[in-house]
Every structure is written in C-alpha cells, then in structure tokens.
Design a binder for this molecule. Structure first.
Ligand SMILES: [Zn+2]
Length: 476
C-alpha cells in the first residue's frame, strides 16, 4: 500500500504547537504541584518522607499494617520503606504476580555536598565544615551561592534530630566561598576546568563570631558554633561523626521564560521522575498487572549500597507480595515474576543546548518541549556497560504511546566517544526483565539549578501511566 509522505517521515516538533487550552492548563497545573514537591524534597530522606505522606493520602498503607483474610490480602495498595532512604509503592493487579509486574524505578538522590565525619574547624577567624561532594558535579558551579543544610544527627542515647536549615529567607544559610577574579588569575586560571575548584577546597562557611571565653582559649569561633548547635539541637562535636548532613542549593523552584514554559530547580534529576512515577502509580487504579514503583537511592554514585538499585531490596519487595499469595515455592515464583516483568528506568537525560551544539549528535538528541524521551540504550564508548531494550519491547511501547496520543522522542546522551552515562536499567535487566530508559530531558544536568520543560514533565507522567495501565500482552 502506498503511504502518504507524512507517514513516511518521522516528525518532531514543539509540543506546545497547536496545544488545546484545556491540555495547556493541565500541564501548567501539574507543574504547580511538582514545584511544591521539589521545594520540600531536598534530600533522599526528605523525598521518601514526602512520598509516604502522598501515598497515605491516596489510601496506601505501610506493609506492616496490611490486613489479610483467607482469600488473600485485604489492602491491595501498600508501600514498603527501606532504611528511610528508599521505598516501593505497590498496587496489586488483577493477575498473579508470576505473570510479571509493571515496574517503574526512579532515584531519590541528587548531586550534593556531603559533610565529612569530622567537619568543624576554624581558620583565619572563620568556622568551616569540611565536605566531600556526592555525585558527578562540576565543582566550580556549586560555590558562591547560598546552601541549606539537611540531614539527621543521632544524639547520645539514640535521639534522632532532623536538621533543615537555610531554605527559608528568614533562616541563615551557608556558603562555599570562592576567590575574587582580582586575585585568582594565576592560581585558578592555570588549572584544568574541573580543578578550578578542587574537592578539598569545597569548605562550607558556617560561622564567624567568637565565643565569649577565656582570653587564652583557642578556636573561639568553632566553640561558639558548637555552643549554638548544642543549644538549638543538643548536639556535641562527637555526634557529628555519625551524622548524615548535606549542603544543597538554597534556592526556590521557579518558572523560567517570559512564557513560563520551563522550570528551574535543584534536583530535577531525578525527582522529576520520582514525582511523575508516584503520581502515575496513584492514578493507575486497579491495574491488570501488579505495579511496583521503586524509589531508590545512591544512583548518582553508581548504585552502591543497601538502599540502591543493586540492593536485594528490589527482590524483597517481590517476595513480600508473593508471600501474600502463597508461602510455597517462593524462589521459583520470584524468578518467574521477575523475568515476566516489564520495567521503565525513569531517569532524566540532557537536552539539546544550541549554545554548545558541538557536543550533541543533532540527529539523536532530545529537545526541550518535544515530549518524553525514550532512550534505547545508555552507556558510552562502544555501548560499554549499557543495558539495551529489545526492538520488540521498545516498539510495543512506542505503539502504546502513539495510541494514547503521548508525545515522545528518541534521544541519546551526547556524541559517540564524547558523551554517555549510565542508569539503573542494567541492574533491572540483571533480573531478566525487559527494561528501557524513559524520562524527561533536562538542561544543565547535575548543576545546582537544572532546567526542565513543563510539557516534557507532563508527557513523562502520561507515558508512565499508560505503561502501568497497559492491559495487553507485550508478546516479546
Ligand atoms: Zn538521574
């Protein structure tokens, strides 16, 4: 059959073009909720805290409270939390789990500046915290701007103190000071680009007033800071050793552009996917297949650790659901359930930036406003360490998105042998699941302020929801 020219050529255009007013309103309204979420979910722990609140509002219960009857589980919507830093939101489907689940996995961690175990010192009459940056960052981007402090400190006796300080304009924030251009020409000017600021130069300024103490007392500024910490939180210096404290950019999430079409904020990677997958999971009412939305930690440092995508927590969630059905033959049923599962690694990728077009393959780069990005494979240099979705799985998803009128685009991260990066897709693939990377494209990834399009954010939500609600067989 002869095809029309329009069908032969793949079109890619701006999603706002010709958009109906009611859809436009939906997109902008959706962004309002997201911006609020991003302003309060500043760390892995805070993101999990928010997700629990959101899930409970939707009628989900902690797995420990799930009620059972002789016919099975009474609560078919529940969540499982792992060490306050990762979790899964489960919605039991009509089919048994051994038919496979529809899995979404996003990560709750974002690049940040972590505080070292013995952080506090005084030098030059100023008090500082030593830090160790977390994740892949251009260190020079993170200095000379207000930073807020977040985390937990466990006091002697086990009392946990939550710290959130510096996000509000009424609260003091912190700063990683730089050198003026007037004096840094020789020292910094001759360094390579990512050594302009070195790791050990990321010292967080935390105070400058000396304590009223004996004339001979040393480090009076440090002493004064410890006095404040003790008065406000009950902390002594020893407590800082086991503390988990991070400095993150103290900025509000804000619309960008005269048309307010985009959003600047800290942590779009990957909290844009956290938010959109969570909302999709809540919206998928009674799905055909059980849906599991994972929210895992430590992706930015290659998924090492017991709250990451390499943790057996991924399997523990399956085992818990399977045990609700039947305690027998767990291992065999686990393998069947996982290998029949279909998964989306929900993560962001870098969008085309015309100022630096040289780093992109312009034929294969995602563009802002052109819809959710589907990435067949990640990795770099000869597709090394990449997971790759099969043609069958990817084609089935594209057909699903087309039928659901969801705007999508294909995209890769930078040029061959120049760009690249990895996601959790390969860890999910190791369970013999079908998995693909799908998420919104951002600009300025891993900088203190990342940029996302409201249209792409909403398309991502639509794509995740269509996937969770898909009733048919993928026939792979
Ligand atoms: Zn990411």
């Amino acid at each position: 059959m002869k095809k029309e020219t329009g069908d032969l050529i793949l079109k890619k255009d701006n999603g706002y073009k010709g958009l109906k007013a009611d859809k436009n309103k939906k997109i902008f309204d959706f962004a309002v909720g997201y911006k609020k979420f991003l302003d309060v979910a500043r760390t892995d722990r805070e993101t999990i805290e928010q997700l629990i609140k959101m899930a409970e509002k939707q009628g989900y219960v902690d797995i420990k409270k799930v009620k059972r009857s002789s016919k099975g589980v009474i609560n078919d919507k529940f969540y499982i939390v792992n060490r306050n830093k990762s979790m899964a939101i489960v919605n039991i489907g009509k089919r048994p789990l051994t038919d496979g689940a529809h899995v979404l996995l996003s990560h709750v961690d974002s690049p940040r500046i972590d505080i070292k175990a013995m952080p506090l010192y005084e030098e030059g009459g100023l008090g500082f915290f030593k830090t160790h940056y977390y994740g892949g960052i251009k260190k020079f981007q993170w200095i000379s701007c207000p930073m807020s402090l977040h985390g937990v400190v466990i006091l002697k006796g086990g009392k946990k103190v939550n710290i959130t300080l510096g996000d509000s304009i009424d609260e003091p924030a912190f700063m990683l000071p730089d050198l003026a251009i007037h004096v840094s020409g020789k020292l910094q000017g001759e360094r390579k680009y990512n050594e302009v600021i070195k790791g050990e130069e990321l010292n967080l300024l935390v105070g400058s007033i000396p304590a009223e103490a004996d004339e001979k007392a040393k480090d009076k500024v440090k002493l004064n800071i410890l006095q404040i910490l003790n008065k406000k939180y009950g902390i002594v210096e020893k407590d800082l050793i086991s503390a988990e404290l991070s400095a993150v950019p103290a900025m509000r999430t804000q619309d960008i552009g005269f048309d307010a079409s985009m959003i600047a904020g800290y942590g779009h990677d990957d909290r844009a996917c956290v938010y959109t997958t969570a909302l999709a999971a809540f919206e998928a009412k009674k799905p055909e297949y059980t849906t599991i939305a994972y929210f895992l930690d430590r992706e930015e440092i290659n998924s090492a650790g017991n709250t990451s995508a390499t943790s057996l927590f991924v399997s523990d969630v399956y085992e818990n659901i399977l045990a609700f059905e039947d305690e027998n033959g767990l291992y065999h049923r686990l393998r069947k359930a996982q290998s029949n599962s279909k998964a989306i690694s929900a993560d962001t990728t870098e969008a085309y930036n015309p100022t630096w077009k040289a780093v992109f393959d312009t034929h294969n780069v995602p563009h802002i406003n052109c819809g959710v990005t589907i990435c067949k494979f990640t990795g770099a240099g000869g597709k090394r360490e990449s997971s790759e979705a099969s043609s069958e799985f990817m084609a089935a998803l594209i057909e699903l998105f087309d039928k659901s009128c969801i705007k999508w685009q294909a995209g890769e991260l930078g040029k061959v042998d120049e760009g690249g990066g990895n996601t959790v897709a390969r860890y999910l693939a190791s369970y013999n699941m079908d998995v693909i990377d799908i998420g919104p494209a951002c600009m300025s990834l891993h900088s203190p302020t990342e940029l996302i399009s409201k249209f792409d954010l909403y398309s991502s939500y639509e794509a995740y929801l269509a996937f969770l609600n898909f009733k048919g067989e993928f026939n792979l």
